[in-house]
Design a protein around this ligand. Structure first.
Ligand SMILES: CC(C)(COP(=O)(O)OP(=O)(O)OC[C@H]1O[C@@H](n2cnc3c(N)ncnc32)[C@H](O)[C@@H]1OP(=O)(O)O)[C@@H](O)C(=O)NCCC(=O)NCCS
Length: 149
């Protein structure tokens, strides 16, 4: 069973380990603690049958929010956890007056692009050479106010 809850500082080391596995410029545990402690950020953990399986972090600036990162442990993928994490964090952000969502994704990241498009994100631009290790363009996606209302 999938459950989504707020991240706590106790989750920071675990989340940083997943970052090391799946990102070439990983956040460290301090980055996650900062997110947990900042009122303008929302960090959630998804559990499958009581085991930590994935996380999402959102940064809010007034009515706008950026999906800063999301990852699901390989052994728990394709079970709808990332979709649940995104839907939950966006609902919580909307309850705090957010009406616009942005995110960046590597052009080659087929799973993440499919996930975002399945949730209604629309590509609004490209950031050239945004990523390093390896260098790659980012697609910029958004859900704009008229869609979220
Ligand atoms: C992207 C990621 C978070 C998806 O997590 P997940 O829990 O497996 O995703 P879900 O099961 O919620 O999938 C939801 C939808 O996303 C799409 N999707 C997910 N993985 C996919 C894949 N490997 N290939 C194609 N589509 C995929 C599908 O549309 C899927 O719906 P469906 O299963 O009903 O077809 C996961 O692959 C991951 O952690 N990747 C490494 C980190 C990363 O790239 N994060 C994003 C940075 S921008």
């Amino acid at each position: 069973m999938i459950q989504v809850r707020l991240m706590t500082a106790d989750d920071a080391e675990w989340a940083a380990e997943l970052e090391q596995k799946y990102f070439s410029a990983p956040w460290d545990a301090h980055d996650f603690v900062h997110d947990v402690e900042n009122d303008y950020n929302i960090a959630l953990v998804g559990e499958v049958d009581g085991e930590r399986a994935g996380y999402v972090c959102l940064w809010q600036v007034v009515n706008e929010a950026d999906i800063a990162n999301i990852a699901v442990d390989e052994k728990f993928r394709r079970n709808g956890l990332a979709r649940q994490l995104l839907m939950t964090v966006m609902e919580q952000a909307k309850a705090k007056t957010v009406d616009t969502f942005f995110l960046e994704v590597r052009e080659s990241n087929v799973p993440a692009i499919a996930l975002y498009e399945s949730l209604g994100f629309v590509q609004i631009g490209t950031r050239k050479r945004y990523y390093e290790k390896p260098t790659e363009d980012a697609r910029v996606y958004a859900i704009l106010p008229e869609v979220t209302k």
